[in-house]
Write a protein that binds this ligand. Structure first.
Ligand code: ZN
Length: 404
């Protein structure tokens, strides 16, 4: 439901909502008819919640579309990623902990290799390993362009991020990667004919010229290309959209960054295990209405193809869950942002298991275990991930009826 239509229905109360996201939770069986990672894992606490609550499965973006974690989280936060796109440059910057404020321009960068005529010979600089690209990123970080502040940070291998900060900048710029070899990189060109776009293009071209000077004698990577220019999309924030004071408990920068885009406070804490995260929630329980808790390692194990490892991470979350339940949330959602089946070693398009536990208002279904098969037969059915927030607000008794 669009935020503007939801707003008149909001009825703030003192209830507490928790969204627990195990990244890449959805999985696949290794053998036909075998269990998925979630079904293989011993999860007595989640199974009890499944029996008391209602199961379903979410579609993160659209059926068949494999999402990145950025858009998949925005969907869970209630923002249809197709209507609220966040630029690739911004997501990459958030992924390495670089802040992108409104008006900043972020871009993804690639190291590439150029011949003596200035034509690209390798668009990814031979996928130069991170150890070799790190000192090159340090060189780039020294570049100064008058009138703007620039931050550069390594992503991985041949990839880095640049954020330009200053007055009157515009992200309306075209990629400089020509997508083929044997031609020179493109200059940064404005995609809109505005003074800000022309000026920003000029500033990035100056930066690229400096970068090429610094890299001129490098054998493996003597040039750069930039793409995905973007700025903070200025999304509606959680407090105004939902009347919720919201906080994020996450270990990895990407998720804190996406949470910040929707106006959540970021809770800092020691440790990185589920019990550390739940302890951080407990410590700030009275200060917020909504907690987003992010568990990363389910996704990492899935991408490693480590079925048992992913199941084990799910078990550690389950074992720590009583700490969260002791706080007596009014609504607890346990889900993933997308599927990352160990069998595919990557994100996938499959629907994502979803558990809704709301003791005051849950309508139970016949499911008694938290798993993909049970979720596919659960009472919530299959729904868009961006409908989860209105559902949570309703179960928190925070929505008035629509119409008389
Ligand atoms: Zn993810």
């Amino acid at each position: 439901m669009p935020f503007e239509e939801l707003k008149p229905l909001l009825r703030p109360n003192g209830s507490k909502i928790v969204l627990l996201v195990m990244d890449g939770l959805g999985g696949l069986p290794i053998e036909p008819n075998g269990p998925t990672e979630l079904e293989f894992a011993a999860t007595p606490n989640m199974d009890r919640l499944a029996a008391e609550g209602t199961l379903g499965q979410t579609i993160p973006i659209r059926p068949g579309i494999t999402p990145g974690s950025g858009p998949a989280h925005l969907a869970l936060f209630g923002y249809d990623p197709l209507h609220h796109p966040v630029g690739r440059g911004v997501l990459s910057a958030l992924g390495v902990g670089l802040e992108v404020r409104p008006g900043d321009v972020a871009a993804r960068g690639n190291f590439c290799t150029m011949d003596s005529e200035g034509k690209i010979t390798d668009r990814r600089a031979g996928r130069i390993p991170s150890e070799e690209s790190a000192p090159l990123v340090e060189k780039l970080a020294q570049i100064k362009i008058p009138g703007v502040e620039i931050e550069v940070r390594q992503v991985k291998e041949y990839r880095f991020v640049v954020v330009m900060r200053g007055e009157g900048l515009s992200p309306d710029l075209a990629d400089t990667d020509p997508q083929v070899t044997g031609v020179p990189p493109l200059p940064v060109k404005p995609t809109k004919d505005t003074p800000a776009a022309r000026r920003t293009a000029e500033l990035f071209n100056q930066w690229i010229a400096e970068a090429r000077k610094l890299l001129a004698d490098q054998p493996k990577a003597n040039c750069v290309t930039l793409r995905g220019f973007a700025t903070d999309p200025e999304l509606p924030k959680f407090d105004e959209s939902y009347g919720l004071k919201a906080a994020c408990v996450a270990v990895y920068p990407m998720y804190k960054g996406v949470a910040r885009l929707v106006g959540m406070d970021i809770i800092s804490f020691e440790g990185e295990n589920p019990e550390d995260e739940f302890a951080a929630v407990a410590e700030h329980w009275d200060e917020y209405d909504f907690f987003f808790v992010h568990i990363k390692k389910t996704d990492s194990k899935g991408e490693d193809g480590d079925f048992a490892g992913k199941a084990h991470i799910i078990e550690t979350v389950d074992a720590a869950l009583p700490h969260l339940l002791a706080l007596k949330p009014d609504v607890l959602m346990i889900t993933g942002d997308h599927s990352t089946p160990a069998r595919l070693r990557s994100h996938s398009w499959h629907p994502v298991p979803f558990l809704l536990w709301a003791p005051a208002s849950a309508r139970p279904d016949s499911q008694t275990r938290f798993g993909e098969t049970a979720c596919a037969q659960g009472g919530l059915g299959t729904f868009q991930a961006h409908d989860a927030m209105p559902l949570a607000l309703a179960h928190a008794l925070r929505l008035e009826k629509f119409g008389a």
